[in-house]
Design a protein around this ligand. Structure first.
Ligand SMILES: Cc1cc2nc3c(=O)[nH]c(=O)nc-3n(C[C@H](O)[C@H](O)[C@H](O)COP(=O)(O)OP(=O)(O)OC[C@H]3O[C@@H](n4cnc5c(N)ncnc54)[C@H](O)[C@@H]3O)c2cc1C
Length: 320
């Protein structure tokens, strides 16, 4: 019996969302009176022993380079094998793209109960009941896992990374990697910007910005704050911004520490993707804009007058 946390990586580095999953899994193991281990597929440059700082005892690695690119079917087979080799009975994923692709397949393969979108540690005193978000974050459900093997995927940005000290043992797992059934022929990567799903701060623009030529101020503020840029759906639909920036019910759901919405009305479908943000700042010229009801801070004003002032203030604060 142990907790096994799946570690996701990109560009040779462990993803922040995996550090959250590690902290969650390690705390869960403590709660269950068992040990936490990590599993990583493929190769990374990061020193994996350092993952011990997040409370894991072993890092199991299947370092076949075929596993550097996500193939959900292959990953599912390899992780299922790793679970049987390590004897883990509780598996934790981050609910990021990899977790969304692999956890349900693993659940079907192992006939294991799965909770996606977990936002808190399970209540293990009363069965094994996990709190999760439902209806695009508008409500919570409490789901009891009854199967011997349990799988949980944790919503990104809903569990704090807890860093202590310690070093993990690295061991290689000897697992035969199955031949892929699909072949990736090209990958178009967005480079030079903070990945939206992982960003701590997001500066987002809506139709109130009138056109793509006015995104300079969104990008400038994002650059100063080390933030990612995002947009509302009509902005992406009008090709003012790329589709991967679209947040909301039909776009990416994010939960940054700070979400700055500029010229966005705050329609329910937009809020569905951003309402888990810790702090929301809204800049809108219409005091009746629905977004103000969700905002922690609001500025009623014309974005074209307010944004240059905000940018100047941030520059002053940062000494630029
Ligand atoms: C099934 C379905 C799914 C959807 N999914 C999504 C989704 O995932 N994400 C999403 O975003 N939308 C989604 N939508 C669309 C959603 O309903 C809204 O139409 C959309 O979010 C509105 O985008 P907006 O706020 O940028 O534009 P608008 O509604 O046009 O609002 C523009 C805002 O800018 C303000 N403004 C105008 N000029 C200025 C200025 N100079 N300075 C400051 N403020 C100004 C206005 O007061 C207004 O509040 C979906 C709709 C449907 C039906």
């Amino acid at each position: 019996m142990s907790v096994l946390i799946y570690i996701d990586h990109a560009d040779n580095q462990v993803k922040k969302s995996s550090l959250e999953a590690l902290s969650y899994g390690s705390d869960l193991a403590k709660q269950l009176g068992t040990e936490a281990d990590a599993l990583i597929l493929g190769t990374v440059e990061d020193d994996l022993a350092l993952l011990g700082k997040y409370g894991v005892r072993n890092v199991y690695q299947v370092s076949n380079p075929q596993l550097n690119q996500l193939d959900a079917q292959v990953f599912t087979a390899v992780i299922a094998d790793a679970i049987s080799k390590t004897g883990a009975d509780t598996i934790v994923f981050s609910g990021n793209a990899t977790g969304k692709a692999v956890a349900p397949r693993l659940s079907a393969r192992l006939k294991a109960g799965l909770v996606t979108g977990a936002v808190a540690l399970p209540d293990t005193a009363n069965g094994f009941t996990v709190k999760k978000t439902v209806f695009s974050g508008k409500a919570f459900a409490f789901v009891q896992l009854l199967s011997p093997i349990k799988i949980i995927s944790v919503n990104p940005n809903s569990y704090s990374v807890k860093e202590g000290s310690g070093s993990a043992e690295i061991s290689s797992l000897d697992i035969t990697v199955p031949a892929p059934k699909v072949k990736v022929t090209a990958t178009n990567k967005v480079s030079g910007s903070v990945p939206l799903g992982e960003a701590e701060i997001v500066v987002s623009g809506g139709r109130g910005l009138k056109g793509p030529e006015n995104w300079g101020m969104i990008e400038e503020l994002a650059g100063l704050l080390g933030a990612a840029t995002a947009c509302s759906r009509p902005v992406a639909d009008s090709h003012w911004r790329p589709h991967h920036e679209h947040v909301g019910q039909t776009g990416l759901a994010i939960a940054p520490n700070l979400y700055i919405a500029v010229g966005i009305s705050g329609a329910i479908q937009h809020l569905a993707g951003v309402n888990r943000s810790k702090v929301i700042v809204v800049i809108n010229k219409d005091p009746e804009a629905p977004f103000f009801k969700q905002a922690d801070y609001g500025i009623v004003g014309d974005a074209f007058e307010v944004m240059p002032k905000v940018i100047d203030a941030v520059k002053k604060l940062k000494g630029k």
